[in-house]
Write a protein that binds this ligand. Structure first.
Ligand code: CA
Length: 232
């Protein structure tokens, strides 16, 4: 995210021009910046170069399905994804862990509802929603770094990946195994204790940013989560 950019930047991935126009009009009226991609390939190219805050993703694209595209996006990005689905039977897959989507609307949808859902996701993921709020955490995927309360954290690769995962879904409890799967290429159950060690280091680093600041919650027997309502 560029510090100078004040409006959230939404990438609309949809091949139907009339739908794109409707979404763009609504979002721009609501103070979002928008760009559009008509294919999966175009979307990936834009995500690699643009500071996208959220992706609106149609399931039916000309070159690859929205599901497949979302999986590809998830390989190196935690950018929120809101699906546009045409059929009710797609919903289970959309919201499933397997795909990694954050929310969905079913076609035909109300542009107002779409905009409201986008705002809710951005609030949840602690991205800024207007000029007055600043995020507690800001993740820069390109530089692989995380800023907390304006201070850049010095993180190891694993600490970065674990914290990024927690930031992506505040409130969600991640088991050690799930965190390992996000951070390690070849997770091994004998490494679950090392997750605890990385969390311990992360907590120490976050307390150094602000004394007493402890946004990571331990859930006995189940794992870790990031405190919700961190947004100022
Ligand atoms: Ca389509």
């Amino acid at each position: 995210m560029k510090a100078t950019q004040t409006k959230p930047f939404i990438l609309i991935v949809e091949d139907e021009p009339s739908i794109v126009d409707t979404i763009r009009y609504t979002l721009e009226t609501d103070n979002f910046l928008t760009a559009c991609a008509g294919s999966g390939e175009e979307a990936l190219a834009m995500l690699a170069t643009e500071p996208v805050d959220l992706v609106v993703l149609d399931v039916g694209l000309p070159d690859l399905s929205g599901f497949e595209l979302c999986k590809q996006i998830r390989r190196d990005s935690s950018v929120p994804v809101l699906f546009l689905t045409a059929r009710n039977d797609e919903i289970d897959r959309v919201v499933g862990l397997e795909i990694g989507g954050d929310d969905y609307v079913t076609k035909p949808f109300s542009p107002r509802e779409l905009s409201a859902r986008i705002k809710a996701i951005l609030r949840r993921t602690c991205n800024r929603i207007d000029n007055n709020s600043s995020p507690v955490f800001s993740v820069d995927e390109h530089k692989q770094c995380i800023t907390c309360l304006g201070i850049r954290l010095e993180l190891s690769r694993y600490e970065y990946l674990i914290l990024k995962t927690l930031i992506n879904r505040p409130g969600r409890v991640y088991s050690r195994r799930l965190l390992m799967e996000q951070a390690w290429d070849e997770p091994d159950s004998s490494m679950e204790r090392t997750v605890d060690a990385h969390i311990k280091n992360l907590r120490a680093k976050l307390k150094r940013v602000q004394s007493g600041f402890d946004p990571i919650i331990t859930h006995r027997g189940s794992g870790y989560s990031l405190r919700e309502n961190l947004c100022p």
